[in-house]
Ligand binder design. Structure first.
Ligand code: CA
Length: 223
């Protein structure tokens, strides 16, 4: 079973969740604020986070995006608002699943199992483009035999492009698939692309893998 982090400020709700999830065989940790949750996730990451959105310190969506800025940990959000637009926004901010309060422990336990199954699914094998070798499983990338030190976004963007070698991908597509933002600043992409290019240049002089196609987007192709 899994190590779970329950983020819930209501002590009675929290105790019920802890008791029931424990009964399902999970190891349960709990905190009552978003900031404590961020600290926990950074210091000793759980396998799944159950995040209440009505926390005293941060608005639900803010909490979700801050969590995503530090970790990819699968997260199920619990909301009292059965509001479709809000739910879509939460999923876009990186939530893996959601539950509307009140929910049964049975339902939560089932969602946890699904999320765990999904994240444990065998990830695609190594991707190779020219001398660039990416292992999405181990989150490692090598160029010309040198290990690249990439940030989470740089790595995710590289994987996204490496799965479509030679195809032009628009900045919009990268924003919505890598950043999970429906709207955003194209410059974000350009900045990350320039960082990636610099890291490539540092390890090889055959570094021209990222080709900008003016007015369209970017493609990954061996030089
Ligand atoms: Ca609450």
């Amino acid at each position: 079973m899994a190590v779970l982090l329950v983020v819930e400020d209501d002590v009675s709700v929290r105790n019920v969740l802890i008791r029931d999830l424990y009964a399902h065989g999970h190891t349960v940790r709990s905190v009552g604020t978003a900031l404590e949750a961020l600290r926990q996730v950074s210091n000793s990451p759980p396998e799944v986070v159950i995040l209440d959105l009505g926390l005293p310190d941060l608005d639900g969506r803010e909490a979700m995006s801050m969590l995503r800025s530090v970790s990819d940990v699968p997260t199920i959000v619990a909301t009292v608002r059965d509001d479709e637009r809000e739910i879509v926004r939460l999923l876009r901010s990186g939530a893996d699943d959601y539950l509307t309060k009140p929910f049964s422990s049975e339902q939560l336990a089932a969602r946890i199992e699904t999320v765990l199954r999904r994240t444990a699914a065998p990830s695609p094998t190594q991707l190779t483009v020219g001398e660039l070798v990416i292992d999405p499983d181990r989150r490692s990338a090598r160029l010309a035999q040198s290990e690249l030190q990439l940030s989470r976004r740089e790595f995710d963007m590289l994987v996204y492009l490496a799965r479509r070698p030679g195809s032009v991908v628009s900045r919009r597509e990268l924003l919505s698939n890598v950043w999970q933002q429906a709207y955003g600043d194209d410059q974000t992409i350009d900045v990350h692309l320039s960082w990636l290019r610099r890291k490539f240049r540092e390890v090889t002089d055959q570094s021209h893998y990222l080709h900008t196609v003016r007015g369209v987007g970017v493609k990954l192709e061996a030089p």
